[in-house]
Ligand binder design. Sequence first.
Ligand SMILES: [Zn+2]
Ligand SMILES: [Zn+2]
Length: 471
Amino acid sequence: MWTAVLNVAPASQQACRTRAAAAFSPRPRRAPPPPPPLPHPPRPPTAAELQHVGVAACVGGCGFIATWHQRACCHACEAGGIRGGAGDTIRHGPHCERLPLDALDLLLRPPPPRLPAHSPSLPPHSLSLLQLAALAARGLGAVRTAGVWRYDSARPPMALWLRVLSPPPELSEAAKPRRGDTIPLRVDALPDGVLEAPQLALASYRDTPARPALVFREMSDGPELPHNFVSSDAVGKLTPPPAEAAAAGVSAAELLFWRLVSTDTCEVTSMAIALCLRHMHASGILPLHDERGVPIVAYGLQSADRVLPFVRHISLPNAYVQLDPIGEDRLRLHMQDDCFPTWPKGGGTRHRLLWLQAADGREIVADFTGPQYGIEDRLAATMTPFWSAPVLRSAEGSRYIDPRLGLQLRGSAAAFCGAQLPAGVFDDRSHMSMTLRARDSVLAVLRSSGCLSTYSEHDYCMPTEFIDSML
Ligand SMILES: [Zn+2]
Ligand SMILES: [Zn+2]
């Protein structure tokens, strides 16, 4: 599936690829190299560096980052800490993220200068993009190994702590699936936008807004896994998976799991991988090559707009939904205001991709959160969502990807490999803490897989002979 996406390049590019592949044929494995010298000695980030990326240290001086609040790590710390028993001070509140400033350590220091263009040398133990994606998937969410779904790391950011319930019966009656394509209730099946919640209009940046599909949920006690996500009759008719996924044993319930889990995670996952690459780069090496074997020398984020219609899955807390009949066959759905989910501006039309550039200038975009948009590619190693595609150039010189992917690239890529991260990358505080946790989760998997090893406070690349076998 992945190769199918990549094989859309015009013939001229294919020829170019063949030449490049010859120039960059893999080198034989060698003994692991000694750790590279530390490019920059560890030091705490300066106030100016923090401000540049949109991060503030807690005013309480506790060493944590202000995540959910403007000035402090939590209200308790800002107020001087909570008093505990026997004169102890329990400094932080229950919802404090406790994210230390150290989490930004390597990110804020300049990585070594960019590798020279057309460098013919790969780092001795370089990963392919697919290897990196399959390893990263283990740090991001559920993976399927030997036919069994499980979570590989302790706190993966793409775990779903919810169960799907049957829709209220009167709503399922009023909103019968049309054209048999709904999971499980399409809001536009209700006449005249009767749903009261204004957010459900999903105003779009473009002419092709998302069509919301409602999923009724309750919280679960622990993270759910795709194979036991819904019982067979819980949500009525589910869209069958595409032929390729069905052939790989993927059920409709698993598909719904991924459509829910990938909602709103594009920014967090793409940025987490870009920050992983910067972390490796800052420790002196960028061990990644494209599918031709050409070293990746630049990385970052690429924004894109959805230009094909897509269905956005919205989970609603079942207990807070009220339905009032307003005429013959019409219903009004009310939600308690404070439990209504907030939608991203544009209804999710904007998408975020990982951007990579090889030493010969060829660009690639990659997506770890595909399936809610009708892109059903998966990593064969983990069955988790993933696709990548080459960036092409029109005759006028504009950048685009295969139109069948339904995305138009927006603006230029934001490089994460420069001396500084792009200004304000952590302006969205709610994304920041999740992104840093996702990055750390992926780095932990890379270390445990043996492709990164730590000395002092830095990582360096280790032999990867056995990685193929674990993929
Ligand atoms: Zn604090
Ligand atoms: Zn705190």
